[in-house]
Design a protein around this ligand. Structure first.
Ligand SMILES: [Zn+2]
Length: 209
């Protein structure tokens, strides 16, 4: 930032009185320009055994596959943002489920929030997508995913899905009491996963900075 968005005068980068980090300060009108992380909201759209991915038509990572997700707008909820992005990128309507991955990217000032979602009907490529398609687990283009957040979300999903299937198989073979004991500590079938992506996690995607 070079100039104040309030009054147009030149700003300086310094620690305001009583603060503990540098901000853009305007001496002319007194505005302190706070800059905070941005939220990227999106969905993991599921249709039976398949998940929906979008091939990006825009930079960064044009031509690589992603989940529908994008920057949250002012005056909307994270759920609304996730559903809007799913519509804009894949023309897909979904029933939104629980928040599934919450991923901090502190080095680029972003927070990803991906919700589980049931795909309701058809889909087609929006203006920011070259192609939209459903994938079985063995069809996922792991080497052509756009971002580490997408890879991590899909890894959690397939691990959880396997755990649920394994537990169901165990439960079918046990008495009701044993089954309750086995199920109790596990919690919901698809728990929230929160984690952090560090610069080294992104090197495979973007090279070292
Ligand atoms: Zn100003």
């Amino acid at each position: 930032m070079n100039f104040c968005s309030q009054c147009g005068e030149k700003v300086r980068f310094a620690v305001p009185e009583g603060d503990d980090r540098s901000r853009y300060l305007c001496d002319a009108c007194g505005t302190i320009h706070y800059q905070n992380p941005r939220i990227v909201a999106g969905t993991l759209p599921i249709s039976g055994s398949k998940v929906l991915l979008c091939k990006r038509a825009i930079a960064p990572r044009k031509g690589y596959w992603t989940l529908p997700a994008g920057y949250m707008e002012n005056a909307e909820t994270t759920q609304q943002a996730a559903m809007r992005e799913t519509w804009e990128e894949a023309f897909a309507e979904v029933n939104l489920g629980e928040l599934y991955t919450l991923i901090d990217l502190p080095h680029i000032n972003q927070v990803y929030m991906i919700f589980l979602a049931d795909l309701l009907g058809g889909f087609s490529a929006g203006p920011e997508s070259l192609e939209v398609a459903l994938f079985e687990e063995h069809e996922i283009p792991w080497d052509a995913l756009a971002f580490p957040t997408i890879e991590r979300t899909l890894q959690h999903y397939y691990a959880d899905r396997k755990n649920v299937a394994d537990r169901k198989n165990v439960a079918d073979q046990k008495s009701a009491a044993e089954r309750d004991n086995a199920a109790a500590p596990v919690g919901t079938d698809y728990p929230l996963h929160s984690s952090t992506i560090m610069p080294e996690d992104r090197e495979r995607y973007f090279g070292s900075a």
